[in-house]
Design a protein around this ligand. Structure first.
Ligand code: NAD
Length: 498
C-alpha cells in the first residue's frame, strides 16, 4: 500500500515516521497510509526553508511572480488529477473539487501581482531634503496548518502569497486527505521554485506542536476548528510568533417575509448540503421571520430535497458525497438524534441514507430539522454535516439577536427584497462575511477572508490585501541627503517642522 511521505528540500521523502491510514470515504476502505511526522521531520523542513531563505528573499518579486504564473498553468493543466486526489480522500464530487481548485487558483493569480503588491509607500519631502518610505520585508520561515475540508484551496490561500512575498514555507496539511497538497507542491517545483522554499510535512498534533515552538519559524497561519485555532493562537503567541488562526462557524441565513422563495430554496440547498455541509461557510441555520414564510420554505425544501443525489465523487451527476470519516459521521448522527430528543422536529432524516453499492461509505443524507431553539446543543455546535436547521422568529431583530449572540461569527446572509432591511442588517450584524441574497459570501481572492468572534483569533484576515500584510513586516526608512553647504544645528527637542 502506498505511503504518503513528506516533501522536503524539493524531494519526496518517506522517513521513519510512523504511519496512519487514509480512507476513501465513499467506500470506507483504507486506500493509503500517511507518514505522521514529528519534531525531527519539522526540524528537517525548517532547516531546508531556512537555508533557502537568503537567496529567495533577494530574488526579485517579478521573478517570483513568473514562477507563480507557471504554477497557475500547471494547476490548470493537471486539474483532473488534482480533483481525483481530492475526491478519493475527501469524497467531494468532481464538480465541487473543480470549484475548490478554481478558487485556489484565483489566489495564485492574485499572488502573481507581487511586484505591485510589494511596492511600498513613499513620501517625498517629509522635511528639508528628507524623504521617507515604507518597505514590506518577508518574515523568514513561516508555516501553514490546514484542515481536511479544502485540501487544495486552503493551502493555496497561504503559501503562494507567503512565497511571493519572499518567505520560505512549511505546510502541515490535514492528515486525513494529504495527497493533493503534496502533489501541488511538486507542481510548484516543476514551475521553477527553488528547493527548500516550499516544504510539506505530514502529521498531526506532534508536528503542529513542533511548529508552534520552533525558534526559526516566524509566523503561523492556521485554518481549522475553533478549539484548535484558540490553542494554536495562544501557543504561537506565547512563543513569540505572529499568528492568524481561523476557526469554526455556525452560519445563519435570515429569510424575510418578502424574500424570493424560489431563490431562497435553490440557494439554501447548495449552501447547506454542498460538500456534505463540510464548509466553514455552509449555511446550516435558516431563520424564518414569520410562520407563513417558514411553512412555505419548508414545504418547498422538502420537495426539492427528494431530488438530491448523493454518492461517489467521480460521478458528476451527484450533488454531494460522504463525510470525511466514520467518527465524523457518528458525530453528525449524534446531533440529529439530540435535536430530536431536545424537542426539534426532524422532517427529513438522512441518518440511514446509503447509496447502492457504497454501503460501507461514510454517507449522511440531506437532513432538515424544524423548530430548533437556541438552547439545543445541535444549534450551539458546528455540526459540519448535511444538516439544515430551521428556526422560527417573529421579527428581524429577533433573528439578528440570535446571530449576534452566537459564539461564532464567520458568515451570514439575508434574503430580502427590501434595501433598507438589507442595509440595517449589514450595518449591525456581528459577523465577518455578510451576504445579501448571496448564500456563500466567500470573498474573492483580491478581498480578504475571515470571521469575527470565535471564528478568528488574530488581527488579520486570510489572503488578499490582509495576506500581504500578514506575510510581510514593515520597515520605514527616513533619509536625508543634505546639500554640502547645509550644516545642521544641534537640536534637543523632538524634531518637528515648526
Ligand atoms: P481540525 O481543527 O481538526 O484540524 C485542523 C488542523 O489542525 C489539521 O492540520 C490537524 O492535523 C491539526 N490538529 C488537529 N487536532 C490538533 C491538536 N489537538 N493539536 C494541534 N493540531 C491539531 O479541523 P478539521 O476537522 O480538519 O477541519 C474542519 C474545521 O475547520 C471546521 O471547524 C471548519 O469550520 C474549520 N474551517 C474553518 C475555515 C475558516 O476559514 N474559518 C475554513 C475551513 C475549515
Amino acid at each position: 500500500m502506498q505511503t504518503i511521505g513528506h516533501f522536503i528540500n524539493g524531494e519526496l521523502i518517506v522517513d521513519d515516521s510512523p504511519t496512519q491510514p487514509v480512507y476513501n470515504p465513499s467506500t470506507g476502505e483504507v486506500s493509503k497510509q500517511v507518514a505522521i511526522g514529528g519534531a525531527k521531520t519539522i526540524d528537517d523542513a525548517v532547516a531546508a526553508a531556512k537555508a533557502a531563505f537568503p537567496d529567495w528573499r533577494k530574488t526579485p518579486p517579478l521573478k517570483r511572480a513568473r514562477i507563480m504564473f507557471k504554477f497557475k498553468e500547471l494547476l490548470e493543466r493537471h486539474a483532473d488529477e488534482i480533483c481525483r486526489l481530492i475526491g478519493e480522500e475527501h469524497g467531494k464530487i468532481v464538480h465541487d473539487a473543480a470549484g475548490e481548485l478554481q478558487r485556489g487558483i484565483e489566489n495564485v493569480e492574485y499572488a502573481c501581482g507581487a511586484p505591485e503588491l510589494l511596492k511600498g509607500e513613499h513620501s517625498r519631502n517629509v522635511g528639508p531634503d528628507i524623504d521617507s518610505w515604507s518597505e514590506f520585508h518577508p518574515l523568514g520561515v513561516v508555516a501553514g496548518i490546514t484542515p481536511f475540508n479544502f485540501p487544495v484551496m486552503v493551502p493555496l490561500w497561504m503559501f503562494p502569497m507567503a512565497i511571493v512575498c519572499g518567505n520560505t514555507f512549511v505546510l502541515k496539511p490535514s492528515e486525513r486527505d494529504p495527497s493533493a497538497s503534496l502533489y501541488i507542491a511538486q507542481l510548484l517545483k516543476e514551475a521553477g521554485l527553488p528547493d527548500g522554499v516550499l516544504n510539506v510535512v505530514n502529521g498531526g498534533k506532534d508536528a503542529v506542536d513542533a511548529i508552534l515552538t520552533h525558534k526559526d519559524i516566524q509566523a503561523v497561519s492556521f485554518v481549522g476548528s475553533t478549539p484548535i485555532a484558540e490553542y494554536i493562537y495562544k501557543t504561537a503567541a506565547a512563543n513569540g510568533k505572529r499568528c492568524q488562526a481561523l476557526g469554526g462557524a455556525k452560519n445563519h441565513a435570515i429569510v424575510m417575509p418578502d424574500a424570493d422563495l424560489d431563490n431562497v430554496v435553490n440557494s439554501l440547498l447548495g449552501a447547506a448540503f454542498g460538500s456534505s455541509g463540510e464548509r466553514c461557510m455552509a449555511l446550516s441555520v435558516a431563520v424564518a421571520v414569520g410562520d407563513e414564510i417558514a411553512d412555505k420554505m419548508i414545504a418547498a425544501l422538502k420537495n426539492a430535497m427528494q431530488q438530491l443525489k448523493i454518492g461517489v465523487h467521480s460521478d458528476k451527476a451527484n450533488d454531494f458525497g460522504p463525510v470525511i470519516t466514520h467518527e465524523h459521521k457518528q458525530k453528525v448522527l449524534g446531533h440529529i438524534k439530540s435535536a430530536s430528543e431536545q424537542g426539534a422536529s426532524v422532517l427529513v432524516d438522512g441518518s440511514r441514507t446509503m447509496p447502492a453499492g457504497y454501503e460501507n461509505g461514510f454517507f449522511v443524507g440531506a437532513t432538515l430539522i424544524d423548530n430548533v431553539t437556541k438552547e439545543m446543543s445541535s444549534y450551539q455546535a458546528e455540526i459540519f454535516g448535511p444538516v439544515l436547521q430551521v428556526m422560527r422568529v417573529q421579527t428581524m431583530d429577533e433573528a439578528m439577536r440570535l446571530i449576534n449572540e452566537h459564539e461564532y461569527g464567520n458568515g451570514t446572509c439575508i434574503y430580502t427584497r427590501d434595501g433598507e432591511a438589507a442595509r440595517y442588517f449589514t450595518d449591525n450584524i456581528q459577523v465577518g462575511m455578510v451576504g445579501v441574497n448571496i448564500p456563500l459570501p466567500v470573498p474573492v481572492a483580491y478581498q480578504s477572508f475571515g470571521g469575527w468572534k470565535r471564528s478568528l483569533f488574530g488581527d488579520l484576515f486570510m489572503y488578499g490585501p490582509d495576506g500581504v500584510r500578514f506575510f510581510t513586516r514593515r520597515k520605514t526608512i527616513t533619509q536625508r541627503w543634505p546639500s554640502a553647504s547645509v550644516r545642521e544645528a544641534q537640536q534637543f527637542s523632538m524634531p518637528t517642522l515648526n
